[in-house]
Design a protein around this ligand. Structure first.
Ligand code: ARG
Length: 458
């Protein structure tokens, strides 16, 4: 195929070079953004008198048609094209002749690709934020249903202290709220327009970068044309933000996987969001959660790819940067599908309050409360801690628990024990007594849910 730059070359391109160099297989997904950018550029060229306003109109009209034709499938994207920018320009010129050749005045593919990726990711980030809000909605409603569902909270994966299922999953809500805040900040930094940076040194034409920035919904133009074509920080930031989202999802997935095992049995996944085994008829597997956990590694890999690709690159544009797209697209695609499926899996899962309560009863998770009881009666905490520890040992040896231990036995360990100890070690009381801000008490949990709902209504 004839090349745009044939004039300077004396040999045709080696066929393998064309394939190696081509990015059309992955950048064609930015065709809308590429065309929107070109429409803004053409409008600006016309307005500033750099090209004839009538020609500007003609270009815009043709670009709109090209976009519609690609969308409808009437115009298939040529896999032989070098990239989406070349493809659109070639079609434009084929359709409207010489006028089409004026579009690339005062522009380079270097600022064009930097623009396209920002436009594309900006839209994807909005979708990711919407998905995270959907996940928060599900967490908030599951929490509302489980404000009184007592369970053991764990440290070292050993039963530790009493909380509720609501409090537990609201911890994840906080993580996703921080993810949303990070994404919002990343988007704000990304929302400056590189168009007009040209190849690297802007242009001698009297362009209006503020106009194109405004037309494309940016907060303004990027300040330095060299930075404009060399910067990929916002892709790195996004890949990092998504890595953290995935890390959060992977932790939540890990819990779901444990919780739906027969050993825990805290939740039951819906059949529609589980899979069977090809050999073991009894199996119901948490594949979604496992895949989310697995894909986390892949998104971290994308971040590493981007960081490594950018390391030591000289200014300004170099083709290394063409490698940015597959990595960031992979991170975006996988994060989106993972948030989406995880949300549905959680939404349809059944919380087994009875199993949670049963596991909470068996682990002496009220041992701290027993010690605190003695402290409130005047014993120093370190002594109370020892008494409670001896009681735990006694209970283990005698196969009993704090709730069923006779008062006389309590009193052989300390005369401070009285009838009200049973109130103190009752798990529901233990939870609701934790009135400290941010704790598992009903009051605190309802406050947490209220804040999330307020956030979601904004
Ligand atoms: N396909 C290129 C990319 O994805 C577009 C920019 C090409 N610029 C250049 N001078 N080769 O980065």
């Amino acid at each position: 195929m004839a090349k745009m730059w044939d004039a300077r070359f004396s040999k045709a391109e080696n066929s393998r070079v064309n394939d190696f160099n081509s990015s059309i297989s992955f950048d064609s997904r930015m065709f809308r953004e590429d065309i929107d950018g070109s429409i803004a550029h053409a409008a600006m060229l016309g307005k500033c008198g750099i090209i004839d306003p009538a020609e500007s109109e003609k270009i815009i009209e043709a670009l709109r048609q090209i976009k519609a034709d690609i969308e409808s499938g009437a115009l298939p994207i040529d896999p032989e094209a070098e990239d989406i920018h070349m493809f659109v320009e070639e079609v434009l010129t084929a359709r409207i002749g010489d006028t089409g050749k004026r579009l690339h005045t005062a522009r380079s593919r270097n600022d064009q690709v930097a623009l396209d990726i920002r436009l594309y990711l900006r839209r994807e980030m909005d979708e990711i934020c919407a998905l995270l809000r959907g996940l928060l909605t599900v967490i908030a409603s599951k929490a509302e249903e489980n404000v009184h569902t007592v369970m053991a909270g764990y440290t070292h994966l050993q039963r530790a202290q009493p909380v509720t299922f609501a409090h537990y999953i609201l911890a994840y809500a906080q993580m996703f709220l921080r993810d949303l805040s990070r994404l919002t900040q990343t988007k704000a930094r990304m929302n400056l327009c590189p168009l007009g940076s040209g190849a690297l040194a802007s242009t001698t034409y009297p362009i209006d970068r503020h106009m194109t920035a405004a037309l494309l919904g940016f907060d303004g133009p990027m300040e330095n044309s060299i930075d404009g074509v060399s910067d990929r920080d916002s892709l790195l930031e996004l890949a990092f933000d998504l890595s953290v989202v995935m890390m959060h999802l992977s932790r939540f997935s890990e819990e779901m996987i444990l919780w739906c095992s027969s050993e825990f049995g805290f939740i039951e996944l819906d059949d529609a969001f589980s899979t069977g085994s090809s050999i073991m008829p009894q199996k119901k597997n948490p594949d979604i959660a496992e895949l989310v956990r697995g894909k986390t590694g892949r998104v971290y890999g994308d971040l590493t790819t981007l960081l490594t690709m950018m390391k030591g690159l000289p200014l300004a544009y170099t083709t290394d940067m063409q490698e940015d797209k597959e990595a960031i697209f992979d991170a975006v695609d996988n994060a989106k599908i993972c948030i989406e499926l995880f949300t549905s899996m959680l939404e349809t899962a059944t919380v087994r309050a009875d199993r949670l309560r049963k596991a909470a009863s068996g682990g002496f998770i009220n041992a701290t409360d027993c010690a605190d009881y003695l402290v409130k009666k005047g014993m120093p905490f370190r002594d109370a801690y020892k008494v409670s520890g001896r009681l735990v040992a006694y209970c283990i040896d005698n196969n009993t628990d704090f709730e069923s231990l006779p008062l006389e036995t309590y009193q052989t360990y300390s005369p401070l024990f009285a009838e009200d100890v049973y109130e103190a070690v009752n798990l529901e009381n233990c939870v609701n007594g934790r009135l400290a801000y941010g704790g598992p008490s009903e009051t605190s949990v309802k406050h947490q849910i209220g804040l999330i709902k307020e956030y979601l209504e904004k």
